[in-house]
Design a protein around this ligand. Structure first.
Ligand code: HEM
Length: 456
């Protein structure tokens, strides 16, 4: 009734607050989400309305919808209530001048010029992990190991020299926090949410302490050589680049730590999952990595130049991101009434687009279910807004170069040192909502005979 003068998109809103949430979450869990989106598109067309996650929502599909969502200035990022309560005032919740300042600071901190400096830290962490958790083991379970590795890498960049002690203290709390992010925000003891909330308080206390310490060091003129996120943000504040308080810097550090390890660990896990089924692709990656190793001494760390030569390995990563994107969709909220393809979208409604709709469209990617890294041979043949694992437009993932580099460094050492076989050949996966192999991907490991002169 409220919208009687509006031309709302087709589709039923269903039960208020619940609507289609359970049905979408169920489809994600059973890995039939693509069929779920297609079912709606067939029934209502590429734009349709529903209730989702407590809000009236509009699902849009296709490259034009991706473009619209990524670039419309009246659509804002929104976290769920749980995410907002757990992670505080981070980049996802900001708008206007504050967003501009934070976005620019994070983008600079993760820019290619900075990532070049992080390669040696990544190399050190990957070698340490491989030695500790992989070498000498007959079987390992990939997902938890990849998560811990990616967490330690992002910690080494956020905390700098003190990363070791901080990450030991916080790793479990971060896992609890991430698990709570999609829970119902009930502060009742022993619920997922209240455990996450307590974890977030502990994390915030430790990070606040570190930030204050770095602030004092900077004021005393001792911070110049520090290379951690806190010093970087405090120094850029002193130069007038932003006005963030210590509390804001802590909130953004928490968000970076989460954003920085969940997604890339999924990518690494599914690269190994695909490679187990694709011996030819594995052969080509191995050739590329052997060639890089051949030109290095046994203890030489990988360099930016080495990473830049891993072109085929990155194509395999892109094909993995196309087939199993770590983030299934982009969500925004309309800050005022807007129009899309003749339909009205009222202020306050959620708008979302799902990546698989374009990633698995046969008109864009021929034989979409085939795993074929060669389709990325010529990137310009992929039309704009069709391959969007990192989103697009002004809010595109600023960590994409960081993710590319840590993924390639990790794949180098895994491919060089091991052959692997999935313990359960037909292990499938679910999305909860990030994709995860049903058993976490247990694999049998065998050390690989290295080519002559190769480093490891
Ligand atoms: C394979 C790995 C990754 C994937 C697939 C990925 C994907 C994404 C996507 C889809 C978005 C949201 C885009 C949107 O809705 O428009 C995003 C945002 C973001 N990502 Fe990533 N990401 C990855 C790794 C990383 C890493 C390693 C970092 C940090 C070190 C990072 C930091 C961020 C941040 C800060 C945002 C929010 C940007 C903003 O609000 O403007 N991501 N990412």
């Amino acid at each position: 009734f409220k919208y009687s003068s509006y031309n709302l998109p087709p589709g039923s809103l269903g039960f208020p607050f619940i609507g289609q949430s359970i049905s979408l979450l169920r489809a994600l869990r059973s890995n039939t989400d693509y069929q779920w989106y297609q079912g709606r598109i067939k029934k209502y067309g590429p734009v349709s309305k529903m209730w989702l996650f407590g809000s009236p929502a509009v699902m849009m599909a296709g490259p034009a919808a991706n473009h619209f969502i990524f670039s419309n200035k009246d659509l804002l990022f929104t976290g769920t209530r749980s995410v907002n309560l757990l992670t505080g005032r981070n980049i996802l919740m900001l708008s206007g001048e504050e967003l501009k300042q934070v976005r620019s600071a994070l983008q600079n901190f993760l820019s290619p010029e900075m990532v070049i400096k992080y390669v040696s830290k990544m190399d050190r962490e990957v070698r340490r992990h491989v030695k500790l958790n992989w070498v000498g083991h007959k079987t390992v379970t990939v997902l938890p190991l990849a998560k811990r590795l990616m967490f330690d890498i992002i910690c080494s960049v956020i905390f700098g020299q003190e990363a070791g002690s901080v990450r030991e203290a916080l790793a479990t709390d971060f896992q609890t926090l991430v698990k709570a992010a999609l829970s119902i925000p009930l502060k009742v003891p022993f619920t997922r949410f209240s455990k996450g909330f307590n974890a977030s308080k502990r994390i915030r206390k430790v990070l606040r302490g570190i930030a204050r310490e770095r602030e004092t060091l900077l004021q005393q003129g001792h911070g110049a050589s520090a290379d951690d996120f806190f010093t970087y943000m405090l120094a850029s504040r002193a130069e007038g680049a932003h006005l963030l308080t210590v509390e804001d810097i802590v909130d953004n550090a928490i968000f970076l730590l989460i954003a920085g390890y969940e997604t890339s660990s999924v990518l690494i896990t599914f690269m190994l999952w695909h490679l187990d089924k694709e011996p030819e692709v594995l052969g080509k990656i191995t050739e590329e990595q052997d060639e890089i190793a051949r030109n290095k001494g046994p203890d030489d760390a990988l360099t930016w130049d080495d990473v830049s030569r891993m072109k085929y390995t990155w194509k395999v990563a892109m094909e993995t991101l196309r087939t199993i994107p770590p983030i299934f969709g982009s969500f925004r909220t309309a800050t005022k009434d807007i129009e899309y393809q003749g339909y009205h979208i009222p202020k306050g409604w959620l708008v979302f687009t799902a990546q698989p709709v374009t990633h698995l469209d046969a008109n864009i990617f021929a034989e979409p279910s085939k795993f074929d890294p060669a389709r990325f041979e010529n990137n310009s043949s992929i039309p704009p807004y069709c391959f969007v694992p990192f989103g697009g437009g002004p809010r595109m993932c600023p960590g994409n170069e960081f993710a590319r580099t840590e993924t390639l460094v990790t794949m180098h050492y895994l491919v060089m040192q091991f052959k692997w076989k999935m313990c359960c050949k037909d292990e499938g996966y679910k999305k909860d909502p990030s994709p995860m192999p049903l058993l976490g991907l247990p694999i049998e490991l065998q050390p690989r005979c290295l080519p002559e002169n190769a480093h490891a």
